[in-house]
Design a protein around this ligand. Structure first.
Ligand SMILES: NC(=O)c1ccc[n+]([C@@H]2O[C@H](COP(=O)([O-])OP(=O)(O)OC[C@H]3O[C@@H](n4cnc5c(N)ncnc54)[C@H](O)[C@@H]3O)[C@@H](O)[C@H]2O)c1
Length: 391
């Protein structure tokens, strides 16, 4: 849509037929793009979705932004990136620019994408151009979007670089020219690893402060008064979504490929992925009379506030852990209608404790307070309120 708004004619290629159909009917699957914005683009003829890779044969610029998740062994899974590149390659026209926007380890453009294109390109295409421009999107962010978020861009050679810079300048307010694709790819991993490690640090700090009766959120607020050298991170149930829990493991994998290690990243990942156990213990401390089998209400289950996305949500581990301990767990989330094939509860009666895991809109905090249900607030949204403990 950023490209559409900048005057480009755009085809959204997707191998999911149902997604293409929905898009062409004006149903946006992306929370930050309204149906109205999509409909305007469709009606003006500047956008349409398609499953037909032949559409690439008219394109001056092709951006690949398919998922780059982890496999079941928590290793990088580039199968979608390889498949999309493979599908696109035979249709690239002479002089086309192919940009990899998917997050991946350094060397992906040079050693994965380009060789696939070289093997499958149309005979007769004299020159193709290649660049990387890692996607920087923060779903649910009302301030930072595709247009106003500075974009890292780097081409495989000078001509590719210049073409890519020109393209992103046409759709973004600020383009940051980076010397090599590997620097851009590594920078993307650094951005999210930085967050993983700092969240890990603050989660560890929380486990030290809690037993000493110190409210870690008050500590973070106090430390934040320092005008230099400190950046606040808050504790929580863990990390979720498709970036922070995933991208740092691309980094640790890449390190191992080079016979190196990233122990600090591994430890932060372990600290965050075990945080739900600490949260469970803190919540169970609030259950009156040490009941062995409690009824527990989870408030907010998406991976972060303001979104309906439950991919990699750490609240899954919390539910699994509490259920494994023998407790009954129900949940509410105004933005999530179904979670792991379960529906939210509509009855607030009889819970021994509620855990505010993600501060979604319209959660029944006041009702629970009035019923006297103790609440553990993992989000620091209700500091100092009666009946509510912070993490
Ligand atoms: N979503 C974010 O918040 C975000 C932020 C920064 C970076 N990223 C990165 O951007 C990339 C895309 O992530 P996403 O969350 O937008 O992905 P997504 O899960 O929303 O998938 C995007 C689309 O790719 C399609 N697809 C999958 N394989 C395909 C193929 N072979 N050919 C054509 N289409 C195919 C899917 O059907 C889907 O509609 C990832 O590398 C991710 O790490 C995402």
């Amino acid at each position: 849509m950023a490209a559409v708004e900048s005057g480009w004619t755009v085809v959204g290629l997707d191998n999911s037929g149902s997604r293409v159909e929905k898009l062409n009917c004006g149903h946006s699957p992306v929370e930050d793009i309204s149906n109205e914005t999509l409909a305007n683009a469709l009606n003006s003829g500047s956008y349409r979705a398609s499953s037909n890779f032949e559409d690439i044969s008219n394109a001056d610029v092709v951006t690949i932004c398919v998922p780059t998740p982890l496999d079941e062994k928590k290793l990088p899974d580039l199968s979608a990136l390889r498949a999309a590149t493979n599908s696109a390659a035979p249709f690239l026209k002479n002089g086309a620019l192919l940009v990899s926007e998917s997050t991946s380890y350094p060397g992906t453009l040079r050693n994965e994408v380009i060789p696939i294109v070289e093997k499958n390109r149309r005979t007769g295409t004299k020159q193709l151009f290649f660049a990387t421009a890692p996607e920087r999107v923060n779903p649910g962010d009302e301030v930072w979007n595709q247009k106003n978020t500075p974009r890292l861009v780097s081409g495989i050679d000078k001509e590719s670089h210049d073409k890519a810079i020109d393209f992103y300048k046409s759709i973004c307010d600020a383009v940051v020219s980076v010397e090599t694709p590997e620097i851009a790819e590594a920078a993307k991993l650094l951005e999210n690893t930085f967050r993983l490690v700092n969240i890990g640090l603050i989660n560890e700090f929380t486990k030290l402060c809690g037993p000493a009766g110190i409210d870690v959120n008050k500590v973070v607020t106090a430390a934040s008064s320092k005008p230099y050298g400190f950046m606040p991170f808050r504790p929580g149930v863990g990390v979720g979504g498709h970036c922070i829990p995933v991208d740092p493991l691309y980094l640790t994998w890449w390190a191992k490929q080079n016979n190196l290690a990233a122990p600090m990243v591994e430890l932060a990942e372990k600290t965050n992925s075990e945080m739900h156990k600490y949260v469970a213990n803190r919540a169970l401390e609030l259950v009156p009379c040490n009941k062995k089998k409690s009824r527990i209400l989870l408030l907010g289950v998406a991976y972060k506030a303001g979104v309906s996305d439950v991919r990699e949500t750490p609240v899954s581990h919390l539910r699994e852990h509490l259920t494994h301990l023998g407790h009954t767990v129900e949940w509410i989330d105004s933005l999530v209608p179904i979670w792991e094939e379960t529906k939210p509860t509509n009855d607030l009666q009889g819970f021994d404790v509620a855990i505010l895991a993600v501060n979604q809109p319209e959660l029944p905090i006041v009702e629970l307070q009035e019923m006297g249900t103790p609440i553990l607030d993992c989000t620091n949204s209700y500091p100092g309120q009666s009946g509510i403990r912070t993490l």
